[in-house]
Design a protein around this ligand. Structure first.
Ligand SMILES: Cc1cc2nc3c(=O)[nH]c(=O)nc-3n(C[C@H](O)[C@H](O)[C@H](O)COP(=O)(O)OP(=O)(O)OC[C@H]3O[C@@H](n4cnc5c(N)ncnc54)[C@H](O)[C@@H]3O)c2cc1C
Length: 819
């Protein structure tokens, strides 16, 4: 047994109550020696903190008493994490178990919270070294998600189109989109060279000032003190240009294929200055947490890829600027470059749209033209009106698709080719190194080493536009066949895994629609409608991320149990089907849709923790974190959304659908890897002998369940909803029993309401619930009978063992007749 294992054994005895704190301390002291204990004792026992805070404190006190020290005297003492963060202290020794992981994770959360609070308090500018830019994540397990890295050979845009769904070589016209009857379109490529395009001559190319290799932080035009230098230039006389440049502002359209605004910039016949601006504040109100740590990291990795595409294809490159105020920065750029036009693809979050409206109106007043294009969604939210449609089913995707059919004014069209050229012109404004945008800043330990929480994220994803195409093609060549029936599987890659690419516009929804339309998977294409729906919903309900869309639900009772919340966030709930996706999320920044439902159901319906907490956590940790989609989904799960979920995922039984053999759990919860499939989703039911053989000690290397009475917890959740509904009878439709919501026009309309809520509201004391929404697939496989059988066998075996040993000890043999 290694020293670490012996220490763990002693700690287990302590937590189970067999030995007292001072005894425990002495045992560890005798094992490790005075010197090691003085310097490392607190690190060694950190693993106790999350679950055994009280016991941990007792050990701390013994330790301090023994060495006669006060907490303030020890910089590395970690009685609370705030102090740890303040002191810049991080655990450095992980040993062979998860203690270091736990510690770093705790600290990471703290740092993240700290930054969030700092921003809320108006402190965002220069982040000091004590307050690293964003939440830290620990190095952790080494496994990669399955099958994610294979690349179709010889991949190229044209190749992608050829090898994809369409057997014919296809390229798309760069001319205007045709219509939305995609299936009737004959795909022919008619390159229409305009005068502007012909102007893309070699002179422009040789004059471009970008670097061919813009690996992170190596932008050629970078100066060491860009801010000061830029100030000097502001005062200089603007360079007169015969053909003033256009500024192309990259935002959530980080691609060259099917990028209407980029094509427009190219067709302007003017030099193009591509820019990227960054400021957390400008990306959304803090309560939306629009720029979580994971999404920022994605940007940090994706921007150099885009830049190198621009370099290779157009000999142009991106100007990066960190800017507290985008308008001021743009004015500065226009002034220094003499550009006269801004070209953008629109974004649709209401707060971003009004920011853009303001920017454009100020620029216009200064004689600068603003060209805005549409490509982020299939349908612009503003074009979809509810007026023409009956309100039944409002909030559901079916209703939304019908609205789109009736109202949409502009056709979706076909994807367009990349621009032929993006001449860089002779003048190029200064660029900051990408590092200075603080998108990829990783926290540091006290000794200066970096906590690289993004390691597995980097290994799991290709952050380029090509990566988006490859993911799509991989799916269309394989996963799509299983999508209709088995998209829920956590243990297989049956979904597209393109959400971060879609979020950052590395592939357009129109391209996905066009590529996927022959694949006979309406369910998949419908997902694009879901995406549009969320933006429409956000445009109608701008407070979607924080305020219940059914206002009466503000009165719903929620648990404030921080220990439960932390256990959920870290994947330490003791329910493997919840812990596996939460760990996958932490390590890779992603989990599939079904698993998101499982973990959301658990947080809301079993732990009774508000959906807002779930939303915020996802915003910070998902690579595809998207204010509109994330808020819509959490609201729907949290009962207050317009499309209330009519189901609750059971944290054990749902495994039947998404992880029938337990392989998914084995991958992300390696502690349970050796457990037989019959127990993998409910280790607490495994007999001690089986647990022993699998190397599992519950409460030691895998947590006990944080709640055990699932049925009771669910009942409580039902009662809480019914209480809200009973408090506001005027918000219930007397005819249907559905909840009512008030539209901005003042009209009250019924919205989809879970059947069991309706039933329970009218039968609050009834015991039965004919509409029980909990999804159970597990029992059908007779696993419970098997579990019972194993337990009986184990009981028999252990009883016999006890009998034998008693017999050997000369004690009276037990009576076995009851067996
Ligand atoms: C609680 C919860 C929170 C979520 N938060 C986000 C989020 O922040 N960002 C995000 O992109 N998706 C979110 N989703 C939706 C969905 O889980 C992901 O889009 C999907 O898992 C991404 O994987 P994929 O690309 O393989 O999806 P696929 O199933 O292959 O779908 C293709 C694309 O369709 C879109 N899409 C799929 N499902 C939905 C949906 N329900 N609503 C809207 N668009 C959808 C996504 O852009 C996705 O990439 C959330 C779902 C839940 C239950």
């Amino acid at each position: 047994m290694s020293k670490r294992q012996e220490i763990d054994k002693i700690l287990t005895e302590f937590t189970s109550g067999s030995i007292a704190a001072d005894e425990c301390f002495c045992l560890i002291l005798s094992l490790c020696g005075l010197q090691e204990i003085e310097s490392r004792f607190l690190t060694l026992i950190q693993g106790l903190r999350p679950r055994y805070g009280e016991l941990y404190n007792r050990l701390c006190n013994v330790y301090m008493g023994y060495f006669d020290i006060k907490p303030s005297q020890i910089p590395s003492f970690l009685p609370d994490l705030d102090r740890a963060v303040e002191n810049g202290y991080y655990a450095t020794d992980y040993g062979s178990n998860n203690i270091g992981f736990e510690l770093d994770m705790e600290l990471a959360l703290k740092l993240s919270e700290q930054e969030y609070t700092a921003l809320n308090n108006g402190y965002s500018k220069a982040q000091t070294s004590k307050s690293p830019g964003f939440s830290s994540k620990p190095p952790g397990f080494s496994s990669n998600p399955p099958g994610f890295s294979s690349k179709p050979p010889g991949f190229s845009y044209a190749g992608a189109l050829k090898t994809g769904s369409n057997p014919m070589p296809v390229t798309f016209s760069a001319a205007k989109p045709l219509n939305n009857q995609l299936d009737n379109v004959k795909h022919t490529y008619t390159p229409v060279k305009t005068v502007d395009q012909l102007a893309c001559n070699s002179k422009d190319k040789t004059e471009a000032s970008g670097t061919a290799e813009d690996s992170i932080g190596q932008n050629s035009d970078v100066t060491e003190k860009p801010k000061q230098k830029r100030k000097k230039k502001k005062n200089r006389v603007d360079r007169p240009l015969s053909n003033p440049s256009v500024i192309f502002w990259f935002r959530r359209d980080l691609r060259v294929y099917d990028n209407p605004a980029l094509v427009a910039a190219s067709q302007s016949g003017a030099p193009v200055i591509p820019i990227f601006l960054w400021s957390d504040r400008e990306e959304g109100p803090q309560k939306t947490l629009a720029t979580g740590a994971a999404t920022k990291y994605w940007l940090y990795m994706a921007l150099p890829k885009l830049n190198s595409d621009l370099n290779n294809q157009f000999n142009n490159s991106i100007i990066y600027r960190k800017a507290d105020n985008y308008l001021n920065e743009l004015l500065d750029l226009f002034k220094s470059s003499g550009a006269k036009t801004l070209i953008i693809n629109d974004v649709y979050e209401p707060f971003l749209k009004s920011r853009d409206d303001k920017i454009c109106s100020v620029l216009k007043s200064k004689g600068i033209k603003c060209e805005r294009h549409h490509s982020y969604l299939l349908h612009e939210p503003g074009t979809i009106k509810t007026e023409s449609l009956c309100m039944r089913g409002m909030g559901s995707v079916t209703h939304f698709m019908e609205m789109c059919r009736q109202c949409s004014t502009s056709p979706i069209g076909l994807p367009i080719d990349p621009p032929e050229c993006l001449p860089a012109g002779t003048y190029r404004p200064e660029s900051m190194p990408l590092e200075m945008l603080d998108l990829g800043k990783l926290p540091k330990r006290k000794d200066g080493t970096v906590i690289d929480w993004a390691k597995i994220i980097r290994e799991s994803w290709d952050f380029s536009e090509t990566g988006a195409w490859e993911a799509l093609q991989l799916f269309l060549n394989d996963g799509v066949r299983r999508y209709e029936k088995e998209s829920s599987r956590g243990d297989q890659l049956n979904t597209c895994r393109i959400s971060p690419y879609l979020h950052f516009g590395q592939i357009s929804p129109r391209t996905v629609l066009c590529e996927g339309r022959h694949m006979k998977s309406p369910k998949f294409l419908r997902k694009l409608a879901w995406r549009d729906l969320s933006y429409w919903m956000l445009s109608v309900l701008p407070d979607l991320p924080s305020e219940p869309s059914r206002p009466q639900y503000i009165h719903q009772r929620w648990s404030q149990n921080k220990t439960h919340l932390k256990a959920w966030q870290k994947g330490n709930t003791g329910y493997p089907l919840v812990d596996a996706p939460m760990r996958q999320l932490w390590l890779t920044g992603w989990m599939n849709n079904y698993m998101r439902h499982v973990v959301a159901s658990f947080l809301i319906s079993y732990l009774h923790i508000s959906w807002v907490e779930g939303y915020l956590w996802f915003q910070d940790t998902l690579l595809d974190a998207d204010v509109a989609i994330n808020a819509m989904m959490w609201q729907n799960g949290g009962m207050s959304g317009l499309d209330q979920w009519n189901f609750v995922m059971h944290p054990v039984d749902a495994a039947m659908t998404c992880d029938p053999k337990g392989d998914y759990v084995r991958k992300w919860v390696p502690e349970l890897a050796k457990l037989h499939e019959d127990f993998i989703h409910q280790p607490w039911k495994a007999p001690p002998s089986i647990l022993r053989r699998a190397g599992i000690e519950l409460g030691v290397n895998y947590p006990h369940r944080i709640i055990t009475e699932l049925e009771e917890a669910r009942e409580q959740s039902l009662r809480d909803v019914v209480e809200v509904r009973q408090k506001f009878p005027e918000m219930i439709d007397p005819k249907t029993g559905n909840d009512l919501v008030r539209l901005p026009s003042g009209v009250r309309v019924p919205v989809i309401t879970r059947k069991e809520f309706k039933y329970k509201t009218s039968n609050p004391d009834g015991n039965e619930n004919p509409h029980n929404a909990v999804l159970r697939g597990y029992r059908g496989r007779k696993r419970d009978e098997l579990v019972e059988f194993f337990n009986q066998r184990d009981f028999l075996a252990s009883t016999m063992k006890e009998c034998t040993s008693r017999h050997e000890n000369g004690l009276k043999q037990m009576d076995l007749s009851f067996l």
